[in-house]
Design a protein around this ligand. Structure first.
Ligand code: C2O
Ligand code: CU
Length: 382
C-alpha cells in the first residue's frame, strides 16, 4: 500500500470463509495492522474446500472499494470433475463524473452511504464494467460447468438468473448443500458465495444480475447482462453430476446461545447513522461474550431496523434453524446469511474453532459505523 501522509494505509488480510487459526484471521483483535512497507506472512493449512475470498479488515469499506480483494477457489479432494470451472466476482463501485472514486465520508448527510451502505454506479464482474456490455466467452455445450459467484460489493444485494441453460445451486458459502436446488432467481447478499452447476445446450447462456437502487422502491430491479456464453459446438445439454456434500452436524439441543439485536438510528446531528448490536456500537475495548468451543450453540439475530443486514461470523460455520420461526427450504452451511428488515433468524453452530471471532454486518459501511461484535470462544474445560 502507498505510504501517504494524508491517509492511514495500514492493512490486514481476512480470509473470508476459511476457518483459519485465530492468529491468521487478519483482524485487529489478533494482529497489529501491517504498515506501508511492512510485511506480514499469513501461514495456515487450508481447512476447507470451497469458493471463498479475502479482503482487508481495517478501514474495510475504503480498502475493499479501492480494489483490495480477491477470490479463492479451493477444490474438493476427490472432487467431481467438471468441464469448466468459472469464478465471477460481482461488485459495484461508486464513481464521480470525472472518474474518481466518490468520497468515503460517512457523516455527510443521511440518505447516503451511512444508511444503505455504499451502492456503486459502476457494475463490475471480475473487474470489468458490464453495464453496457456483458463479458463473452465460449461455453461447453453438452458439458457441465461449475460457476462460482462471490458478492464482494460493499453493500449491494445481488440477485441472479441464468437463461438459456438448465442450472442449479450446489453450494453456499463454499460448502456443497445437501440437495442441489433448482431455482428461478437467487439472492446473493454482500459477502456471500454460491456455486452453480450449469448445463449449456444449443442456445446462448445468459447470466443476469438484478439489483435494486436506493431510489427504487419495491420490486423494481435493474437488469444487467453480466456474462454471455456462446455454445462452442451446439449440442444437446449434458447430465447433472452427482455431488457429495459433507455430513451436516445434527442440530442438537443447544446448551449455550447468544442473541444479537441489530438496530440503527440517526446520529444526534442527523448527519450519519449509529449501527448497533445489542444497543452498542463496536468498541474493541468492550468485553467479549465468552462461549465454550465444541458445544451446541444457537445464535439468534433479530433485525429491528428497516434495512437488510447480511450477518457474517468469522472462524466457524453455522446452519440455519429458522427464519421467523419457519425452517429453511434446504440444509446448508453458511458464514454469511441475510437478515431481512424486522425479521429474526436462528442459527446453529458448534464453535469447533476456538479464538476471538468477529461477527458483524457485511454491509461494510454498517460495520464501520458500529455494527460489529466478537465472541471469545474458549477451549472446553471438560
Ligand atoms: Cu468478509 Cu469480517 O469479513
Ligand atoms: Cu447492516
Amino acid at each position: 500500500l502507498p505510504d501517504d501522509d494524508d491517509e492511514d494505509n495500514s492493512t490486514t488480510i481476512h480470509w473470508h470463509g476459511l476457518r483459519v487459526p485465530n492468529a491468521m484471521d487478519g483482524v485487529s483483535l489478533v494482529q497489529d495492522p501491517i504498515e506501508p512497507g511492512e510485511t506480514f506472512e499469513y501461514e495456515y493449512v487450508i481447512p476447507d474446500p470451497g469458493t471463498h475470498w479475502y479482503h482487508p479488515h481495517i478501514r474495510t469499506n475504503v480498502q475493499v472499494e479501492r480494489g483490495l480483494h480477491g477470490g479463492m477457489v479451493i477444490h474438493e479432494s476427490n472432487g467431481v470433475e467438471v468441464d469448466r470451472d468459472r469464478l465471477f466476482m460481482l461488485d459495484d463501485i461508486d464513481l464521480q463524473p470525472n472518474g474518481a472514486l466518490a468520497p468515503f465520508d460517512l457523516d455527510e448527510g443521511i440518505g447516503l452511504d451511512a444508511t444503505w451502505g455504499r451502492l456503486g454506479n459502476l457494475m463490475l464482474v471480475n473487474g470489468i464494467s458490464v453495464r453496457e456490455e456483458p463479458i463473452t466467452d465460449l461455453v461447453i455445450s453438452g458439458g457441465v460447468e461449475r460457476w462460482r459467484l462471490v458478492n464482494n460489493a460493499n453493500a449491494r444485494t445481488m440477485y441472479i438468473e441464468i437463461n438459456g441453460a438448465q442450472w442449479r445451486l450446489i453450494a453456499r458459502d463454499g460448502t456443497l448443500i445437501q440437495e442441489p436446488q433448482t431455482l428461478e432467481r437467487l439472492q446473493i447478499a454482500a459477502g456471500q458465495r454460491v456455486d452453480l452447476e450449469v448445463l449449456p445446450g444449443e442456445s446462448e447462456v445468459d447470466l443476469q444480475i438484478f439489483t435494486r437502487n436506493k431510489e427504487q422502491e419495491g420490486e423494481v430491479f435493474e437488469e444487467i447482462h453480466a456474462f454471455e456464453g456462446v455454445p462452442d459446438r451446439p449440442q444437446e445439454p449434458g447430465e447433472w453430476k452427482e455431488w457429495d456434500p459433507p455430513t451436516f452436524i445434527d442440530m442438537e439441543d443447544a446448551s449455550q446461545g447468544v442473541s444479537l439485536l441489530f438496530d440503527g438510528e440517526e446520529t444526534s446531528n442527523g448527519n450519519s447513522m449509529e449501527w448497533t448490536i445489542n444497543g452498542e456500537m463496536w468498541d474493541a475495548a468492550n468485553d467479549l461474550e465468552v462461549l465454550e468451543a465444541g458445544t451446541p450453540s444457537t445464535i439468534t439475530v433479530t433485525n429491528d431496523s428497516d434495512y437488510v443486514h447480511p450477518f457474517h461470523m468469522h472462524g466457524n460455520f453455522f446452519q440455519v434453524i429458522s427464519i421467523d420461526g419457519e425452517p429453511p427450504d434446504y440444509s446448508a452451511r453458511y458464514d454469511t446469511v441475510m437478515v431481512d428488515p424486522q425479521s429474526e433468524i436462528k442459527l446453529y453452530t458448534d464453535f469447533v474453532n476456538p479464538g476471538k471471532w468477529m461477527a458483524h454486518c457485511h454491509i461494510l459501511e454498517h460495520a464501520a459505523l458500529g455494527m460489529m461484535t466478537a465472541f471469545n470462544v474458549q477451549e472446553s474445560k471438560r
